[in-house]
Design a protein around this ligand. Structure first.
Ligand code: ADP
Ligand code: DAR
Length: 340
């Protein structure tokens, strides 16, 4: 395959030079992942922001001449940097940014994980994806106390239930064109599903963009309690499953934007005053290290002036620091809303 010059302004377009292509194009990981696989989504979607997906853990080292500049660009994380995780609730000290409940509708903290010793989602065979599902579900069905729940395979779910769960922000949307071009939607809906406790405050997505999306969520803005539930769940799951992880990059994920903590901590916050100037809202959020999404997450618009506001940085920051950064940033947005 000759050098496929990427168009657009993605990090792929910026860093897939002819030299990098010549250097890496004939290499293959032990799971058979090649460079063409890694760059497929960004080549097919010139409007990508990142444009690459790792096919396995080894992609991050074998294709480092492409991934390292992308990681440095997105996270400000250099080749000599080392990620540190910190899930110690006692060190969080994140004040509730909206104790009277006037602005924050709900809080959600999620982390991505992939099992070690398997390819990632874009390179799994149907058989491997079913083994991942069975392995993960066996661990989930063994969880104690508040984390106990049940698994609901997508392929056994009626459309009404699926649409209700998506509408209510509990279930992932069917894969978008970026995931499609990466091969992450292959064999859909086979071996995909959602685990949740009766109250839907603890949920796990199985085999979406990553093999696990582990989620703690509830109404209002008690970030401390949402984080504590997630930390308990991760401690239980780390005893039952081995996750793809590297000393340098932390938890390894399909998309490099999720590396490190692999955490996105978000609030749904109603900001009718700031909604009048979304560019200003986005700039104000960015000044506090926060990202703004629509009411239904990535690639969606805001409804009723409700915005999904979350930490942008995932790598080179600890989980505790990311959640504290969100708490402080949301408090600043609420103060600006009260002045708007
Ligand atoms: P992810 O956060 O898993 O990377 P998305 O941005 O697509 O992916 O969000 C997934 C789902 O989580 C969407 O339905 C979104 O509305 C929902 N969501 C995100 N943050 C919150 C929140 N604070 N409260 C309720 N739902 C949320
Ligand atoms: N849409 C892809 C991925 C961007 C980051 N979001 C993820 N990983 N869900 C892009 O390159 O724009």
């Amino acid at each position: 395959m000759s050098y496929p010059k990427p168009s657009g302004r993605s990090l792929l377009a910026r860093h897939l030079t002819p030299e990098v292509w010549r250097l890496l194009n004939d290499k293959e990981t032990r799971y058979g992942v090649r460079l063409a696989h890694v760059v497929a989504s960004g080549l097919a979607n010139p409007d990508s922001s990142v444009g690459v997906y790792a096919g396995d853990e080894e992609s991050y080292t074998l294709f480092a001449p492409l991934f390292d500049p992308i990681i440095a660009d997105y996270h400000g994380f250099g080749p000599e940097d080392r990620h540190q995780s910190d899930l110690e609730v006692a060190r969080l000290n994140a004040p509730n940014p909206d104790p009277e409940g006037r602005y924050v509708v709900s809080t959600r903290i999620r982390v991505a994980r992939n099992l070690c010793c398997f390819p990632f989602g874009s390179a799994l065979t149907r058989r491997e994806r079913r083994i991942v599902e069975a392995t993960v579900v066996r661990a989930l069905e063994d969880l104690p106390g508040e984390l106990a729940g049940s698994y609901h395979p997508l392929y056994e779910m009626d459309e009404t239930t699926k649409e209700r769960l998506i509408h209510d922000h509990f279930l992932f949307k069917e894969g978008d064109r970026f995931l499609e071009a990466a091969g992450l939607n292959r064999d859909w809906p086979d071996a995909r599903g959602i685990f949740h406790n009766p109250g839907k405050t603890f949920l796990v997505w199985v085999n979406e963009e990553d093999q696990l999306r582990i989620i703690s969520m509830e109404p209002a803005a008690d970030l401390q309690r949402v984080f504590a539930r997630l930390a308990r769940a991760l401690a239980e799951l780390e005893r039952r499953l081995a996750f793809a992880h590297s000393e340098r990059l932390g938890y390894l994920t399909s998309c490099p934007s999720n590396l490190g903590t692999a955490m996105r901590a978000s609030v749904h916050v109603r900001l009718p005053g700031l909604a009048a100037d979304e560019a200003r809202l986005t700039a104000l959020a960015a000044a506090h290290g926060l990202q703004v999404r629509g009411t239904h997450g990535e690639h969606s618009a805001s409804e009723g002036a409700v915005y999904d506001v979350s930490n942008k940085r995932r790598l080179g920051i600890t989980e505790v620091e990311a959640v504290r950064e969100l708490a402080n940033g949301v408090a600043a947005l609420i103060a600006a809303e009260e002045r708007a």
